[in-house]
Design a protein around this ligand. Structure first.
Ligand code: ADP
Ligand code: RBF
Ligand code: MG
Length: 435
């Protein structure tokens, strides 16, 4: 039997991957072939074809797309932190206290809608346009401080490197979008199309902005994949007849995104090959290397169930000093190195998040040091360097299955940490620092 006969349901996807490989191998001018970059690209595309062929036999394809339309705030940029900071300061001046929960009402809205909600909810005496003109300069001052969300740079680089057309479609005015992305190297030139809320009659949830993006890309709406963090954005994408991946920027919201074709926890969990796009190739031994980050402090009491309920002790850190850092990092299972100044440096696997199985109300850090200690070490200074990602947090049908999964995570982390790319962090002075 021919290989293609075994996989009829994936013919479209194969054709796409094959065309990509074929295009870069045979349709290049001789000049192109002289450049190493083009040959590399051809090899990359052939490798994609191989992965697609392999996947074709094992995993179902969701839907074939040929371009990606990205939202900006909350999807690529960690804008929520800045919004909260600005509103906290602004409302404070008027004797009001910013309540973080209000964020839910403004995520994905146009600036006008968001300002209207704030004026109403806080009973402000100013008009919406007065509020906007006061807030505008406060926001503009902060744009240089908005960080890229984990996985955003990786995604943009990956798609543009594989010549997958990408567009940016945001409810923000075009000028603001341009300024915000100017602080992120390589972003502006990666987008074939950038379209702002002021360039269409109605913003999301109207489909107009996505339809206009598709038109400018010269691609059928049904061949577009939208990536969005907000409900209005997901609604807009579906109304435009597009495939939509939701990456909710607010916690515990996944259940609201039923209209999305897929809901993922963070951009780190995106698998482009599910949509017929080139797969990421940076996963290694079931782990994804990330830009390393550090967190530390005295070990505090947790929920008292790590050792007792699971047989897995986790040395909890206070999240007080680190709320900004924690909100930047998606929940999930990570690993790295842990330093206790008087005891040494140990391999470590941890979860960050709300422990869906126990449905916590607080985002916690739960590092399990992969070493047998004779005693507890509450109060001791614990320093962590987080170097890689394993998986999103999940719920489980039973305690046994949660425990089994955590032991799998342990094995993955233990093996991966011997790779030079991860083991080199073991000698970082931060791990031995006792302050
Ligand atoms: P809690 O809910 O207070 O965090 P746990 O049952 O999770 O309690 O146990 C965590 C405590 O156990 C840590 O604070 C630490 O003092 C101790 N401990 C002993 N061995 C380990 C280990 N291998 N990893 C993490 N903590 C450990
Ligand atoms: N809790 C969950 O509810 N879901 C998870 O997927 C999950 N993964 C974990 C992975 C690791 C490596 C560790 C150390 C913990 C994980 N936990 C998870 C957290 C666990 O439930 C927590 O440590 C206990 O609730 C103790 O407070
Ligand atoms: Mg614990």
């Amino acid at each position: 039997m021919r290989l293609f006969d075994q996989i009829p349901f994936r013919r479209d996807k194969l054709r796409f991957a094959f065309c990509q490989a074929h295009t870069s191998l045979s349709l290049q001018s001789p000049d192109h072939f002289q450049s190493e970059c083009s040959i590399d690209q051809s090899i990359v595309n052939l490798c994609d074809l191989y992965v697609v062929l392999k996947m074709s036999i094992t995993k179902p394809l969701k839907k074939l797309v040929s371009c990606v339309i990205l939202d900006l705030d909350g999807t690529l940029l960690h804008t929520d932190g800045i919004v909260s900071d600005v509103l906290r300061v602004y409302l404070g001046k008027y004797g009001k206290k910013w309540d973080g929960r209000e964020v839910q009402k403004i995520v994905g809205k146009t600036p006008l809608e968001a300002a209207t909600a704030v004026v109403e909810d806080y009973g402000l005496s100013c008009t919406t346009s007065e509020l906007l003109s006061e807030l505008d300069p406060m926001f503009s001052n902060q744009w240089c401080n908005i960080k890229a969300l984990p996985g955003a740079n990786r995604l943009i680089k990956h798609l543009s490197g594989h010549r997958v057309p990408i567009a940016l479609a945001s409810n923000s005015p075009r000028e603001n979008i341009e300024t915000k992305i100017s602080f992120h190297q390589g972003w502006k030139e990666s987008f074939l199309v950038i379209i702002g809320g002021d360039e269409v009659r109605s913003g999301k949830p109207s489909p107009e902005i996505f339809l206009e993006a598709a038109k400018r890309l010269n691609i059928e709406p049904s061949s577009c994949l939208v990536i969005e963090d907000s409900l209005p954005g997901v609604t807009a994408g579906k109304a435009a007849g597009m495939e939509v991946v939701a990456v909710p920027s607010l916690p515990k919201q996944s259940h609201l995104f039923t209209s999305a074709d897929e809901v993922i926890n963070s951009l780190l969990d995106l698998h482009p090959e599910k949509w017929g796009l080139p797969p990421f190739k940076d996963w290694i031994k079931d782990t994804l290397p990330i830009e390393s980050w550090q967190i530390g402090g005295p070990v505090i009491k947790g929920f008292g169930r790590g050792s007792k309920v699971l047989g897995i002790p986790t040395a909890n850190l206070s999240t007080e000093r680190y709320s900004a850092l924690l909100s930047e990092h998606p929940s999930g299972v990570y690993f790295g190195w842990a330093g206790l100044p008087t005891r040494g440096v140990f391999k470590m696997v941890m979860s960050i998040g709300w422990n869906p199985y126990f449905n916590n109300t607080e985002k916690t850090i739960e590092p399990w040091l992969l070493h047998d200690f004779d005693e507890d070490f509450y109060g001791e200074e614990l320093h962590l360097i987080i170097v890689g990602y394993i998986r999103p947090e999940a719920n489980f049908p039973s305690l046994e299955s949660l425990i089994e999964k955590i032991h799998e995570d342990r094995k993955i982390a233990e093996e991966a940490l011997d790779l030079p790319m991860y083991s080199k962090f073991k000698d970082d002075p931060y791990l031995k620092d006792s302050t």
